[in-house]
Write a protein that binds this ligand. Sequence first.
Ligand code: G3P
Ligand code: MG
Length: 355
Amino acid sequence: FLRSFSHISSQFTRPSFGIAFDIDGVLLRGDAPIGGSPQTLRKLYDDSGVLRIPYIFLTNGGGFRESKRASNLSEVLGVNVSPLQVVQGHSPFKHLVNRYENKLVIAVGKGEPAAVMSEYGFRNVLSIDEYASFFDNIDPLAPYKKWTTTKGANHEKTIADITEKKKICSERVEAAFIVSDSVDWSRDIQVLCDILRTGGLPGREFAHQPNLYFAHDDLEYQAAFPCERFGMGAFRIALESIYNRIHPHALQYTCYGKPNPLVFHNAQAVLKLVSSIHQSKGAANTEAHHFKTLYMIGDNPSVDINGAIQAGSPWFSILTRTGVFKGRENHDKYPADLVVDTVEEAVDYIFKKEG
Ligand code: G3P
Ligand code: MG
């Protein structure tokens, strides 16, 4: 990713502030830019497309590798985004690689969850689509689903296929990672319960629960539809409710993502890196850089604003009205430092304040 900064000007002087942009409900709704986001982001670059202001995308969303997400954001928003600038809900999963080494882990969610985990260094990872396809009749509703994957249980033709199926079905799953929103809740809840209550061997007797990780716990988020849509937190509630009815011990799990203040501390470190790479034209400069203010621009009071409040100084929170929050005044429980209509208004305010 360092090469992505080779266009950075040597004239770049480090500003004493940086910006973290939420994506859904601030910059995009579905795939469409909102709130003047393309022209707003262009203001962070000079006339020749060189970055002037250190900024990152700090989203709970995901499902694609940071490099792929960066290209997609570059295309949709019309600016040159580096993978380093993309921090997704699942990005911290990379720190768990050593715990699992060659052990089998399952990746759940829309997009390319297994490719995400492989890029982080997991060596033995299967998407839940592929994993489920190795078990005959694990999902009794599969015949009614047009999108069921073709590899696996009912499609083995060669000795190698049969051997692979036997191997996968008898290999213990050590952990399940919810990388992005589940596409097929009924199948995923069924198969996850099978994995979790049997110690990672679906169809076998009850055993100790394997580890379960969620990239975030957003109950709802703002997509293209006018009202909010159910997020990973809603899926977590559904899975947990069912698991706790069928199992004597409550489901154990870990959630990453905003509003955890650790996400904001990590964002600060990434912003420092972005800033230092700019200054030294492509090579990371480890010299400490002090930000007086870091701006979090978000649309969800209980996630973006709550997280910035918990993280404390130097975070300054700005709440837009383009997403989950639709009120006129500030939010009661998680009041932002500033409430504006759009991301463009937020950045204009920052420029005015920072001179
Ligand atoms: O699934 C994505 C959603 O929960 C939140 O995305 O960009 O608003 O943090 P974002
Ligand atoms: Mg959002």
